[in-house]
Design a protein around this ligand. Sequence first.
Ligand SMILES: Nc1ncnc2c1ncn2[C@@H]1O[C@H](COP(=O)(O)OP(=O)(O)OP(=O)(O)O)[C@@H](O)[C@H]1O
Ligand code: SF4
Ligand SMILES: [Mg+2]
Length: 363
Amino acid sequence: MIDKKTDAYSLEIGVSDEVKELIDERIEQQPKVEKSARREILRVDNLKMYFPVTKGLFKRTVGYVKAVDDVSFRINQGETLGIVGESGSGKSTIGNCVMRNYKITGGHMMFDGLELESQTPKQMRSVHKKLTMVTQDPYASLDPRKTVSDIILEGPTIHKMYSSKGEARDIVGQMLELVGLNPKFAERFPHEFSGGQRQRISIARALALEPSFIVCDEIVSALDVSIQAQIVSLMMKVQQELGLTYIFIGHDLSVVRHISNQVAVMYLGKIMELTDSDELYNRPMHPYTQALISAAPIPNPTADRARERILLDGEVPSPINPPKGCNFCTRCRFADERCRQEEPEMIDVGNHHLVACHRVAGN
Ligand SMILES: Nc1ncnc2c1ncn2[C@@H]1O[C@H](COP(=O)(O)OP(=O)(O)OP(=O)(O)O)[C@@H](O)[C@H]1O
Ligand code: SF4
Ligand SMILES: [Mg+2]
């Protein structure tokens, strides 16, 4: 039985010279680009993912869950797009569409020059070496019967990335060190680790594939606040060192803002606002973003008490039957007749700031 409190110190370690060398090697492999000239690595245009709702013995389709409805965004290499929104707003569905875990209903997705929706399952297997996903639950996502070593080697084995047991051991050791865990514990099982350590193992498994892009779906949401900060720092460190690109999905705007270059605010399958993370936080324009930001705690207790909190009344409507007009109109304090009839278009208000709201559009 392991004492998880004290064991954390013996499990988590710094980075050795060998891993530093590995990092240098990977950096060498990354195309060198100035920040100002970073190239687009993922482009998603008008993505739609509707899940059929079926009824009866013959599973007749009686409607659709519009989980993602006309979503567009771009991500540059080495940068992070944060996606925030309440539960059920379609965040994970976007991640799963990009991974091609679903057959999308509509839209286009270009990843590193490849049209994702037209790749065959076999072609997608090689895309998945570069484009991978780390999911929400470190408890459910690690097979309890496999050792940490077996878990980390899942991808490298499929993609034949090593040719001897020694090379396999090196991969496991390097990956554990990279995520700050002691390589000595490679033969342990997932239940012997704390939640934060398991999340590090999930990250090591993803990194073992040498990906260029990781979809991080709520990877810190199940963890204590202090552990969340450690994992976010780890992701930022690894991103900087290896030049990775992320989609970082989360509930907590303050966590997402910290790691993201730009943030998309989702509501009922649609992006309501999309801009650079500081711009979003300093100048939120959509009434939904304003409500989310007003609800987030701020560290200064006096300022926290003094500011206005915008309460969101009511439930999120069903994505099977979204409101006519603006999706947010049933909960928006500014909603008027036009909002209930006409869907607002996404407009660019300047400074790379996109908002879908009639009130902001002002016409
Ligand atoms: N495979 C599926 N079949 C049918 N409906 C689905 C499926 N996956 C998701 N949905 C529905 O699509 C909507 C969006 O779900 P999604 O999981 O993307 O939300 P989310 O924003 O990730 O929520 P959470 O924050 O709870 O993880 C929800 O209404 C959900 O019930
Ligand atoms: S379009 Fe209307 S209902 Fe929608 S967010 Fe703007 S003001 Fe609110
Ligand atoms: Mg989700």
